[in-house]
Design a binder for this molecule. Sequence first.
Ligand SMILES: [Zn+2]
Length: 443
Amino acid sequence: MTTEALIEKIRQLAPAEYNSIIVDNAVTIKKHIYGYINASVQRVEYRTQRISAAIDGELKSAIEQITSNNGDRYVRFPSRIIELMKEAPAYSSESFFSSMKNKMSEMINGGREVDHHHITLTMENGNIAKQQPCFAIREECSVMNCPKCEGSGYIEQTNSNGVSEKVQCPDCKGRGIVGKLTFFTPNLVERQASIIRCLTGNIEGLKFNIEADGATINGTSYKIHLGERRRMLIHVGGQDTEDFDSDILPYLDFVRDKVGDDNAIEDYFYYMLPCYSFTYRNVITSELHLGLLVDPERQPALILNLEGSGKKLVSSVKDSFKSIGNFFGSISRSNGFKDKEDLRRTLRLLIAVAVADGIVGEEEKKTLTLAIRGMEQFTGNEQEALVQCLGNSDASFLTKEDFSFNRPENAKETIVRMQEMAEADNNVHEAEREIIERLKLSI
Ligand SMILES: [Zn+2]
C-alpha cells in the first residue's frame, strides 16, 4: 500500500474528513492481518452410569448378551433395559464390585477413556445425531447368583419361637440373581465460537464486534461475507481426517481454547482481513491520530481517530512530523485555494520562508516533494518547477509576480500561514519577516 493509494482511498471513503487530513509520507503504513475464524464443532461427551439390581429372567438374558459379546468393549443395547434395571429391586452390596473396576469406571466418566473414534455413533445427514444408542461397557457388566442366598432366593433363619424357617433373601428380594449394568449414552454437544485476532499483535483501541451477518469495527459497520463452512476435522465413525486450510492453522490453538480440543467434527468459516494502519494529522486541531484502512481490495472501510491512539503517537512520531508538511497539505485541499495561480504563489512563498529559515532538511524536502507531487491541480511540469524551488538556499527566487494575488483573502491566508511557519521554531528570521512584510504591503 503506497501513501498515494492510501490517500486516494481516504478521499473516496471519507470525503468529508479528507480536507482536514494529512497523511505524513515519512510514516510507514503498517499491514496487519486480522484472522476471523468461526468454528462450529460437534463433540461427544460420555457420562458413565452404573445400576445394580436383583434381576429376573429377561434382564439376566439381556446382560448376559452384553457380557458374552467377546469382540467389542462397548456393546449397544436397548435403552428399555435401563428402565427395567431402575424398576428392579436395588442391590447395593459394595462387595459386588472390585476396586479395580470401580476405578476404571471413574476414568471413563467424562469421556477421557472413551474414544468416540471407536464407537459407531448414529449419524444424520453427515452430522452426529442428537439421539444416540446406549453403550454398555462389557467388562463392567455382570450377572451372578446372589452371594447371600447363593441363588435360591431364600435364607434360613430362626423365628421367635426357636423354629428354623425359610424367608425371602433380603439382598435379592427373592430373585436369587443380581446383575450389574455399566453404560453410557453419548451426548452430543454442539458449540460455536469466533475469534478475531492479529498474529503480529492486536492494534490497541481497535474493537471488533462480530455479528451473525457482519461486524462493526469501532462503530463502523463492516460486512464480513460469510461463505460456506468447510469440514476440516472428522474423528468419527471410523474416519480420521484433518484437512485444515493453511490460513487457519496458526489460529487453531486460540479456537480450541474456546471450543475444546477433543471434537469429533469441526467445521470452519474464516475471513482474512488485511488492515493498514497509518498516522495522520488533523490540520484543524493539529492533533496526531491513528487511522486504519480495512480490507481495501474487497470491501474497504476507513476508521479514523482510533480511540486512545492520539497521546501515544504524539510522543513516538512527533519529531518526524514537521509543521511545514501540514501547511502544504491543508492549503492544497482548502476550498479557498481553488485559484491555481494563487495556490502556486502561496506555495512558492511558503517554500521561500522555509528555505530562508533553514529548517528544510532532507527529510522535510522529501515530504514536501511528495506533497507537491500529490497536488492534482498542477501538471507534472508545474509540480517539478515547485519542487525545484526547494533547492534554493534563500528567497531570491521570488519575483514580483509571487506577491500579486488574484484574491486578497488568499494573500491574507498565506500571511497567516507564513507567520505560523516562521514562528514554528520560535525564532523569526529577518529574511522571513521581510517576505511577510512585502506581502502585507501588496494587499
Ligand atoms: Zn439373595
